[in-house]
Write a protein that binds this ligand. Structure first.
Ligand code: GLA
Length: 739
């Protein structure tokens, strides 16, 4: 065991350099240390976050004189030029908050093996208590931090800011990587040097919190982000609702930039009654001194082991009906699709939107949401009939629902207009189809309705193995018809508390069902939601070329096992781009492989190619879904190629992907050096999904891991093949097996 780790979470009494006796709290994982100064009656300060500290380092690491690095800065007790993590209004109108350490830090070990260190802070004059918590995951090198904010008095106290965490980032050549996008263009990567000013990454959708921005960032401390070198901090806020991440690059003499992350407090003042506590969502942190790749691998491992539902299980290969038939669900089409996917080796069929509604059958997208009864015009034999068909084909059956939403054209809305989110005395704001509204999840009756949608389906049809849980509208107008007038500001938080309660109930009763998080595509890709969900729909855009970019961005924090990636038709329904089937299959095989098309429109050659690709994917599925990701060549470098690989944890097997994004003929690209292999092993190379008439020169040959990592292999583009468009968007997949 690492010597630093033996000191983990030790509470160390040391002499600070000032000579004042101080309590030092060391929160550590094998590869990172967070050191706090927690003197009784004084401020809690962060002394260090980064590389592991040894015993000799714990007394005064990096103590930089007058630098203020409060661990949880409160408005009023911070220097005026500094931002703050928490602010409130006391019952007498006082807007300042002082937070001093009280008592000794506490430590506990939870049943899941993680360890929690808690430092309690109190205002000396007012009844506010804040517990600052740090949870360590030694196996994955992750530290989570969050707070419990309590009103320990009798009169109400209103919180106006309540971040989960604050982190000082030492100034230097610091670069920030963040993620941005829109519907059908989610999770684009933005790398920028930190410049003077405040950068705010915010989401106020109410429901779909990752279309536009993401609550995850990376700080590269030594210049532009690199995959394999440099000190990098990765941070992910585990929350399903509105958030704000702020980076304040101070322009004064301060040695640090300030990073704050938490629930977005805009229009969300939160009043704590006497005795009440608000627990903020955790911020997960990873520190690596060997680049972004290691940050990603640690997040992936931690996610698979401790957060993602069934994170260590392999996912079935599925066909989803959406792009194949859209809302035109009918028995014949469903049966045909099930038969086709089974014949290609698929394992699950998912019937998407369009199967429900009685008073307002879902023939168009402006009706039916809220009424989860089978449309027997479309499906005369109901879901039982479909399950019979799935059974006949020896595949599993899954179904689409959107239970947090309602159309104004629905039985539910006719009977209970009070269940929707809507401001008093204002015109009705609607979304998709001009009739979609969000149900008020702060209302326990609505929570029951949403739970019952799933409960009824899974009780009536226990063979349903998979649910695609969609959410296609934002909160368009602030207003809860359930919350009282003085608690309207609680809507965002109460919505997501209600959502969490429903998901907890569902998971308690149905622990095994697979659930996909979808929200108009990739609107719910975050570590707040994944504990209840097995995977997410990465984007409604299934264009393989654009997916290379979006999936690259997604891979910084989320593992392939959760990243749904489907083969669809060309021209692509969104971009109208034509990409070769091989390229589409290869891209889909970097994530959780599926198909999203009408197989009956495929020709035999295409079906045969997909059947073989599915068979191949089954072979490499454990490496892709449970292996370690190495990003080799970013598509954002605009050098015409992109490349990545997965390596099994024992380094006996790897899958290497190479994508040519440039359409020109006869261009030459630098060889891509591989990574993550055992330098001393020999690996045999086999091309997967090959379409050339003659094999690649390296086919069946062996190379040492060292050679592959130092030199890489030449990747020929495809020539002289009968398939069209092959020099444009060609791709290679290699299987490496240790001999
Ligand atoms: C959203 C989803 C799609 C599909 C449709 C159905 O847009 O992202 O995958 O399920 O809804 O209406």
């Amino acid at each position: 065991m690492n010597k630093h780790y033996r000191l983990a979470i030790g509470l160390i009494a040391a002499m600070a350099c000032s000579g004042v006796h101080a309590e030092r709290v060391h929160v550590a994982t094998p590869s990172s240390s967070l050191l706090l100064d927690a003197p009784e009656g004084g401020n809690l300060r962060i002394m260090h976050y980064g590389s592991p500290l040894g015993a000799g380092d714990l007394e005064s690491p990096g103590a930089a004189g007058n630098d203020i690095r409060l661990a949880y800065p409160a408005y009023g007790d911070n220097r005026p030029e500094l931002d703050y993590a928490i602010s409130c209004v006391m019952p007498d109108g006082n807007m300042t908050l002082y937070l001093n350490v009280t008592g000794a830090p506490e430590k506990r070990t939870d049943a899941d093996g993680s360890e929690v260190t808690t430092v309690t802070l109190r205002d000396p004059e007012y009844p506010v208590e804040v517990k600052v918590n740090y949870r360590t995951w030694p196996g994955e090198d992750v530290i989570e931090t969050w707070t419990d904010i309590s009103n320990i008095g009798k009169k109400p106290i209103t919180l106006t800011r309540y971040d989960s965490a604050y982190l000082p980032i030492r100034r230097g050549d610091v670069w920030l990587t963040s993620f941005y996008g829109s519907w059908s263009n989610e999770t684009r990567v933005n790398n920028e040097e930190l410049k003077p000013g405040i950068k705010s990454i915010k989401n106020a959708d109410g429901v779909r919190n990752t279309h536009t921005a993401h609550p995850e960032v990376l700080f590269s401390l030594d210049g532009p982000l690199d995959e394999q070198t440099g000190r990098v901090i990765g941070a992910a806020l585990e929350y399903t609702g509105n958030y704000e991440l702020r980076v304040n690059t101070h322009t004064d003499e301060s040695a640090y930039h300030s990073f704050y992350a938490g629930i977005c407090p805009d229009q969300a003042a939160y009043t704590l009654a006497g005795g009440e506590t608000l627990t903020t969502p955790p911020l997960a942190l990873v520190y690596s001194d060997s680049g972004a790749g290691e940050v990603s691998r640690r997040f992936h491992r931690w996610g698979r082991n401790h957060r993602l539902a069934h994170g260590n299980d392999l996912r079935p290969i599925l066909l989803n009906s959406w792009e194949g038939v859209y809302l035109n669900i009918n028995e014949e089409a469903m049966a045909g699709m099930m038969n086709d996917i089974a014949s290609m080796g698929g394992e699950l069929f998912v019937m998407d939107d369009g199967w429900f509604g009685d008073r307002y059958p879902r023939v168009t997208d402006d009706r039916g949401l809220g009424d989860w009864t089978v449309d027997t015009n479309k499906l005369p034999h109901g879901i039982d009939g479909l399950i019979d068909e799935a059974r006949k084909n020896d595949i599993k059956f899954g179904i689409w629902i959107e239970p947090e939403m309602v159309n104004t054209r629905s039985r539910l809305f006719d009977e209970h207009p009070e269940y929707v989110i809507q401001a008093k005395n204002r015109r009705q704001e609607t979304g998709r189809g001009g009739t979609q509204m969000v149900l008020d999840m702060s209302n326990p009756k609505v929570q029951d309705i949403v739970f019952t949608v799933v409960d009824t389906l899974l009780t009536k049809y226990p063979e349903i193995a998979y649910i695609k849980w969609d959410a296609n509208a934002p909160v368009m107008q602030h207003g809860s018809q359930y919350l009282p007038a003085d608690k309207q500001g609680h809507l965002n938080i109460e919505y997501h508390k209600g959502f969490a309660k429903v998901m907890d109930r569902i998971r308690a009763k149905y622990p095994d069902v697979l659930i996909q998080a979808c929200a108009s595509g990739g609107g719910r890709v975050n570590w707040g939601i994944l504990p209840w969900f097995d995977e997410f729909w990465t984007s409604d855009d299934t264009d393989a070329q654009q997916r290379v970019f979006m999936q690259w961005g997604t891979s910084y924090f989320f593992p392939a096992v959760a990243m749904a990636s489907h083969i669809s038709v060309v021209p692509n329904h969104g971009t109208h781009r034509v990409t070769p089937l091989k390229f589409r299959a290869d891209v889909a095989m970097t994530g959780r492989l599926g198909m999203e098309l009408q197989p009956k429109d495929m020709n035999d050659e295409e079906k045969d190619f997909c059947r073989k690709a599915i068979e191949t994917y089954k072979q490499i599925r454990p490496v892709v879904q449970q292996g370690d990701l190495y990003r080799l060549r970013s598509p954002y470098d605009n050098k015409g190629i992109s490349s990545l690989m997965y390596v099994s944890p024992d380094k006996k097997e790897a899958v290497f992907y190479w994508f040519k994004l440039d359409g020109d003929m006869m261009t030459r690209f630098p060889r891509v050096r591989m990574a993550g292999l055992d330098p001393d092993r020999l690996y045999k190379v086999t091309e997967l999904n090959a379409i050339d008439r003659s094999p690649m020169g390296v086919e069946g040959k062996t190379f040492s891991g060292r050679y592959l990592m130092d030199n890489g292999l030449e990747m020929p583009t495809h020539y002289n093949v009968e398939w069209k468009n092959q020099t444009d968007l060609s791709s290679r997949v290699l299987h490496l097996e240790a001999q």
